[in-house]
Write a protein that binds this ligand. Structure first.
Ligand SMILES: O=C(O)CCC(=O)C(=O)O
Length: 288
């Protein structure tokens, strides 16, 4: 098992304490009662979402690595939300709804929550939903936009592993991507093949209906759905110059080079990056 400590959990927190102890120090936190007065806490479940947005055609993503010239974040398929939920209820676990903008696509839902004042400058145009089935997994990644995130969870349980940016050297980041090697099983790591994982240290949280987790900018996260459930992410874009530069670098340099090389050389670009992941990670590593 990986070295994982629980994420600290509180019922509520003042803005001042949140800024001092969590935002300024980049530490994750679960807040269980932040959504206490939101209508969403009473209303939001799978049936309600189906009632409100069931007819919407939604893009769905699978966990297969892109092995050709296609963009690595292209949707696998599209279908009405109600058909997708039907599939989940029959046991589908690979297809996930990802970064679905509810302000644009299901604006009725925006009446059911508010933007908490914790000292994060939350961007009100981008409340996005993530939905997955029982046993779905979200590959280890960090968010390209380097946002601070409040992930507000509804429905059943899910668990999330979190690793600060300083742990990147142990995580097998694939060059020109924002994810790690998708052959790694973080729940049952193969230390013979991936010895750097022995040095990896992170945190784990269990999220239940109504819980909110603060994911600081640049944190790696891996998500395990234990039930059909969904989360809404509220995000605050970076303001510190160093982090803004990282965001621009991710968007304009890393993503552009990757997109270009995939188009031009396709699968051999992917293979080259997978090999480099191992050599880069093992090169400087002092395995304990
Ligand atoms: O909860 C999920 O399914 C994914 C959330 C996520 O990866 C994110 O907010 O970046």
């Amino acid at each position: 098992m990986l070295k994982l400590q629980p994420v600290k959990s509180v019922e509520n927190i003042s803005k001042e304490v949140f800024i001092k102890k969590y935002k300024n120090t980049n530490k994750p936190l679960v807040i269980t009662q932040l959504t206490k007065d939101w209508p969403a806490r009473k209303k939001w479940d799978i049936d309600y979402i189906t009632k409100v947005a069931g007819e919407n055609i939604v893009p769905l993503y699978d966990s297969k690595p892109s092995t050709d010239t296609k963009h690595q974040h292209a949707p696998a398929t599209h279908m009405p939300l109600k058909s997708y939920i039907n599939l989940l209820q029959k046991g589908e676990k690979d297809l996930r709804m990802f970064f679905y903008n509810i302000l644009a696509e299901a604006p009725q839902l925006t009446k059911d929550f508010n933007y908490p004042d914790l000292g994060l400058k939350l961007f009100k145009k981008l409340p996005v939903l993530f939905l997955g089935g029982k046993n779905a997994r979200v590959q280890m990644h960090f968010d390209i936009d380097m946002a601070d995130i409040l992930l507000c969870h509804f429905g059943g349980e899910k668990r999330i592993m979190l690793f600060p940016p300083e742990q990147t050297k142990h995580i097998y980041r694939v060059p020109f991507s924002f994810s790690s090697l998708n052959t790694i099983n973080y729940e049952n790591p193969d230390y013979d093949t991936y010895p750097a994982l022995k040095n990896l240290e992170g945190r784990i949280a269990e999220l239940n209906h109504g819980d909110v987790i603060y994911i600081p900018s640049g944190y790696w996260h891996y998500i395990m759905y234990d039930d059909i459930s969904f989360s809404m992410a509220l995000r605050a874009f970076p303001r510190k110059p160093k982090t803004v530069i990282k965001l621009l670098h991710n968007l304009l340099v890393v993503r552009t080079i990757d997109g270009f090389m995939r188009k031009v050389i396709g699968q051999s670009w992917n293979e080259r990056n997978e090999k480099r992941t191992i050599t880069n990670t093992h090169k400087h590593l002092n395995i304990k």
